[in-house]
Design a protein around this ligand. Structure first.
Ligand SMILES: Nc1ncnc2c1ncn2[C@@H]1O[C@H](COP(=O)(O)OP(=O)(O)OP(=O)(O)O)[C@@H](O)[C@H]1O
Ligand SMILES: [Mg+2]
Length: 455
């Protein structure tokens, strides 16, 4: 591809002269004889270099340069100046213009400058593209992650989404199964259709059936109106069946039949309703075990898991932990009006990296949301992070073995009370009969690990 150059000079003979000369050198050259026309061209042209006269009516060379910079146009700029305006040209260079040429133009210098400026442009472009590619790899839809494991998941989603095949996502709780399901929908040719999610564990048997298939008016006592189920609602889109192994076996049979025939009947209905849906399902169960135990019908499993997708737990993709922590920090700092909170104290980062995160991304996300709320300084400290751990503790009682020191009892009581009030300093202080300030001091000492906690 020829390297493109734009020449802007209100002296037409100069513009044309330069065009001829540069075309002879093998460049593709456009010209403009005023700044407005030059700006129009520069906006969508992929010019490596823009050569512009400093003095032009309306939009002069400097203005053109500043507009280009503001619009993020990367072309290198060479200013052409007449006598007496070298200072302005130098100022433009300080602001990032590549160089300047004085009139009368010296051809040798021009021939020397152009390839250098073009080279700089190309290097910048290449870096930009690389950066873009890298940043693309750290995210995929709403999924964040740059580990090899996640990149391979992105690749599988990309490949599988448009096919319409049933996909079963298998992974521990909090690994992002629902986000993956949404990404599959968004990357499929059903993206404009509905995405309907239903959690099979959330409903008792009869209600789940009703939620899935809907009912006709009068199908059962209380069925005053007809109701569309998820099957119908998802028509033309994606049905996401969460916790699919929790579905009762007889509903599994019905569900399988509906999938295979692509049609079903509402409860109490006679009419077959045809639908066009894509099913994505998810489970955090060991599939083989669920099948062996008779929880998940094998025929349904094969129908749902045409493409199985295994989401690894966070502890097996350590490379993502820091990236996730940083992006959650940014997000929650913004949401909580704490934009000054930008980083982690070294011990906090150490903790984040070393902790196992049994609740996976969800636990990390919650920990950060709370830490941001607790944080008072410019950095997230270990104290801020551990505060969440204490609060999460479910144990509301203290067992005190004989032989425990009073000091230990006191500390434990403080922690458990704080935990009981879900981190409400005021309430906890009131319950303990101490000042809030006093409570804060004690908590800070405790979570900083200065003292051991009895349990
Ligand atoms: N890779 C990721 N990038 C950003 N956020 C994520 C990622 N994975 C999970 N999350 C966030 O973590 C939380 C849990 O994710 P999600 O609900 O998809 O998990 P899940 O695997 O469906 O869990 P469960 O089995 O408990 O339903 C959500 O708030 C989600 O936005
Ligand atoms: Mg889920």
């Amino acid at each position: 591809m020829a390297e493109k150059i734009l020449v802007a000079d209100d002296e037409k003979h100069i513009a044309e002269g330069l065009q001829m000369l540069l075309a002879d050198e093998g460049y593709e050259v456009d010209t403009a004889t005023d700044g407005t026309a030059a700006w129009k061209l520069a906006q969508d042209g992929e010019y490596g270099v823009v050569l512009a006269d400093l003095r032009m009516p309306e939009v002069d060379g400097l203005e053109l340069f500043s507009r280009m910079r503001k619009a993020g146009i990367a072309s290198e700029m060479i200013i052409i100046t007449g006598e007496g305006s070298v200072e302005s040209a130098k100022e433009a260079m300080r602001q990032g213009a590549y160089d300047y040429l004085e009139k009368p133009l010296k051809i040798d210098r021009l021939k020397e400058l152009i390839p250098k400026a073009l080279e700089k442009f190309q290097v910048k472009q290449a870096n930009r593209q690389l950066e873009q590619r890298l940043s693309n790899l750290t995210r995929f839809g709403d999924l964040i992650g740059q580990s090899e494991e996640m990149k391979s998941i992105y690749g599988m989603i990309e490949a599988a989404a448009p096919t319409g095949a049933s996909i079963m996502i298998v992974g521990e709780s909090g690994t992002g199964k629902e986000l993956v399901a949404r990404a599959i929908h968004d990357k499929s040719n059903r993206a404009k259709g509905p995405f309907i999610a239903i959690n099979c564990a959330a409903f008792p048997r009869e209600i789940l059936e009703n939620e899935l298939f809907g009912h006709e008016k009068g199908a059962f006592t209380g069925a005053i109106n007809e109701k569309q189920g998820c099957f119908e609602l998802a028509d033309g889109g994606t049905l996401f069946l969460d916790e699919v192994a929790e579905m009762e076996p007889d509903i599994q049979v019905k569900f399988l039949r509906a999938l295979e025939q692509r049609s079903f009947r509402r409860l109490g209905g006679k009419k077959e309703i045809s639908v066009d849906i894509r099913v994505v399902s998810a489970t955090n169960k060991h599939i083989n075990k669920a099948i062996d135990e008779g929880k998940l019908r094998e025929d349904l499993f094969h129908r749902l898991a045409v493409i199985p997708l295994f989401l690894p737990p966070l502890r097996d993709r350590r490379g993502d932990v820091r990236l996730l922590a940083e992006s959650f920090l940014r997000r929650f700092a913004e949401e909580n009006g704490k934009k000054h909170l930008k980083s982690f104290a070294p011990e906090a980062l150490e903790f984040i990296n070393a902790y196992r995160w049994p609740g996976n991304v969800r636990e990390l996300k919650n920990a950060l949301e709370r830490a941001v709320i607790f944080a008072r300084g410019e950095q997230i400290t270990l104290t801020d992070l551990r505060a969440h751990e204490l609060i999460m503790s479910e144990d509301r009682e203290i067992r005190i073995p004989v032989g425990t020191s009073l000091q230990q009892v006191e500390r434990t009581l403080v922690l458990k009370t704080f935990s009981f009030t879900e981190g409400d300093h005021h309430r906890a202080a009131t319950m303990l009969g101490i000042e809030e300030e006093e409570l804060r001091n004690r908590l800070n000492m405790l979570v900083a690990g200065e003292v051991a906690v009895a349990s």
